[in-house]
Design a protein around this ligand. Sequence first.
Ligand code: CIR
Length: 252
Amino acid sequence: MFKHAIVRKPGENFAEGLTTSDLGTPDYKMMMDQHNAYVITLQSLGLEVHILQPLAQYPDAYFVEDVAVVTPEIAVITNPGARERAGEVRHIEPILSSFRSIASIESPGTLDGGDVMQAGDHFYIGVSERTNEEGAKQLGQILNRYGYQWETVSVSGGLHLKSAVSYVGRNTLLISESLANLRPFANFEKILVDADETYAANSLLVNERIIMPDGFPRTREKLRTVGFNIIELETSEMRKMDGGLSCMSLRF
Ligand code: CIR
């Protein structure tokens, strides 16, 4: 069970962040409403939510998932693969160091937390445009010290590994068709996300509920059919910035 979440409020300039989407310019007021609903949902699931203030210099900084990987034993500060986001890390360290010992990914290793998926004692680390082999290896070696296993997964297309797959408990992956046949995922049960609902593959297991984006009815029905308890949230504005539900918090 998670007890804590760390989030950061989007700043008024959040639309200046990195994006590849062609969904239009996001709206600040709508973004704040969606972010508030996200925070309230986490609180309703019993988490104490620690809310950090925006960083004007880093318009993507509310995607806090990318700057750390937190286990019960350690918080690993990442080295984000996008140059524009590298400086975010020093702003997450103070709060994390009040909960955990700190380790760090060092150059030339790069790693975004969005590429790191935990399933029990095993971590799947996407090697992507943001995370390189060296960054994955550094994280893996830190995790090994605490008894975790790890392996890399090659991510081609999509921003991060978790843009296309989420572990939802019960040895089950919510996974886009493009990744479903990869060998590292062979031993999981799979709920396949149709190609036109790929965005819904980034959903979030929090204390036995699945938080998923609103507007993906086939994925929702597949999850419901196998008994998952779902909360749907509006994500239109974060999606315009290539972000999803997992990206906006660190849970531990
Ligand atoms: C970026 O390109 O870095 C941000 N605009 C989106 C980051 C999304 N983070 C995530 O999927 N973990």
